[in-house]
Design a protein around this ligand. Structure first.
Ligand code: ADP
Ligand code: ASP
Ligand code: MG
Length: 409
């Protein structure tokens, strides 16, 4: 007898036909005695459509964060009800649970919530009654019972965290690709499927834009030490295992993959005093608003006047709020100007193999230069190198870098 958590993403449950197909597949593969917990996303583009709907009221609906969560959580509630009906129709007992009913507790950071505690008592009770338990992904509730969503792609995190809390025997993430690839297979035709990847490298890939897994879900996998199987909803072949260590991969890659993120914006605060506390005043104001900052560069504008430029990137979704905050701080600092560039994108390479391998950065920059692509900002971590470029060139950039590190055999 095994306890299995299976998560199905939006494109896997995009229509009632697809929902019926998911229910049928799960029942076909279920062994007698298996206990199944399903975590599902909203159908197809539902979440985007709900955001558009809110924009009909106010073009910046994230000003009303609690209400955004009230709205967005409805998407997953539709899916759990329909999928549960599908199981019942096919003759198996099932019950749907919202995040709150499943015991998914969060902090109160609306639209970017973090799971703080999982008490899946009801899930255990329903499993014991012989039900397949269908849980709404992407949502939990805070201390006062208000709904809180976990950031875009958050159903991955719901699934892995629930699998960890239930001490599940396995956690499977079903999606519209059949595993994790060396680059987004929608962009790089000959991207290579990985048999496995470590939490460490997958977290960096996800953080840098590989949307197949929400970064926090990989952290949860590592925290609970639960292997995550990323696989296709539409085929039965094995996908990619995300786990602590490599066990079977036969090739020795220097880099594991190329990630890209077109949803970034650059903010430049020009001409701020080059004094202690300036960076702190800008970045603490952003941190207080839960805005993540990336690719920070401070450069000298004028040595005699002792002023400097502060350049950094934020997620496009955070730009309206970030701009308001930075404008205020820049005013106080007597900065010359705040410039915003939205037509930028970030391309990155990831791999633990680049540690102590100094030629890797040069090869990445060489590939971009050969393709005639200018690099605006560079940043590095222990296992990644990222370049900010023009977003119109992102497809070309990802392909050029991929061809450099993964030449056709
Ligand atoms: P779901 O709705 O199932 O959560 P997502 O759209 O969130 O699916 O994630 C799957 C998508 O992630 C794929 O269709 C693919 O385009 C994208 N993706 C980006 N980078 C990668 C990668 N390195 N490997 C696989 N898929 C990737
Ligand atoms: N429905 C949510 C989103 O579109 C959560 C998810 O799909 O994981 O971001
Ligand atoms: Mg997703």
């Amino acid at each position: 007898m095994a306890l299995i958590v299976k998560k199905f993403g939006g494109s896997s449950v995009g229509s009632t036909e697809k929902i019926m197909a998911v229910a049928k597949r799960v029942l076909d593969e279920k062994k007698p005695g298996d206990q199944i917990v399903m975590v599902v996303s909203a159908m197809g583009d539902t979440t985007d459509n709900l955001i558009n709907l809110a924009q009909g009221i106010d073009k910046d609906p994230y000003r009303y964060m609690r209400e955004m969560d009230m709205l967005l959580t409805t998407g997953e509630q539709v899916s759990i009800a329909l999928l549960t009906m599908a199981f019942n129709k096919l003759g198996h007992k099932a019950i749907s649970l919202t995040g709150s009913l499943a015991g998914m507790h969060t902090n109160s950071v609306h639209t970017k919530g973090k799971l703080t505690d999982i008490q899946p008592k009801r899930v255990h009770e329903e499993l014991a009654k012989g039900n397949i338990v269908v849980v709404a992904g992407f949502q939990g509730c805070d201390d006062v019972g208000d709904p809180v969503t976990l950031g875009r792609g958050g159903s991955d995190t719901s699934a892995v965290a629930l699998a960890g809390a239930l001490k599940a025997d396995s956690c499977e993430i079903f999606t519209d690709v059949d595993g994790v690839y060396s680059a987004d297979p929608r962009i790089v035709k000959n991207a290579r499927k990985m048999k496995e990847i470590t939490y460490y490298e997958m977290l960096e890939m996800a953080r840098l834009g590989a949307g197949v897994m929400q970064p926090r879900s990989v952290e949860m996998g590592k925290f609970f030490n639960i292997p995550i199987h990323v696989r296709s909803t539409f085929t039965t072949k094995p996908g990619t295992m995300i786990r602590e260590d490599y066990t079977m991969e036969d090739e020795n890659f220097v880099i594991r993959g190329v990630a890209h993120d077109a949803k970034v914006a650059k903010i430049a605060v020009l001409g701020v005093p080059n004094n202690p506390g300036i960076a702190h005043s800008i970045f603490s104001a952003l941190a207080n608003a839960n805005i993540d900052v990336d690719m920070i560069v401070q450069s000298i504008r004028n040595i005699e006047k002792n002023v400097t430029d502060m350049v950094f990137t934020v997620a496009s979704g955070d730009l309206p709020q970030a701009k308001k905050i930075v404008d205020k701080v820049a005013d106080k600092l007597n900065a010359i100007a705040v410039l915003i560039e939205e037509d930028v994108a970030k391309v990155s390479i990831v791999g633990a193999g680049m540690l102590g391998n100094p030629g890797i950065a040069a090869r990445m920059f060489g590939a971009l230069s050969k393709a005639g692509i200018n690099i605006d900002v560079i940043s590095t971590s222990e296992i990644s190198i990222s370049c900010l470029i023009k977003d119109a060139q992102i497809t070309e950039a990802v392909n050029a870098i991929h061809a450099e590190f993964f030449p056709e055999k």
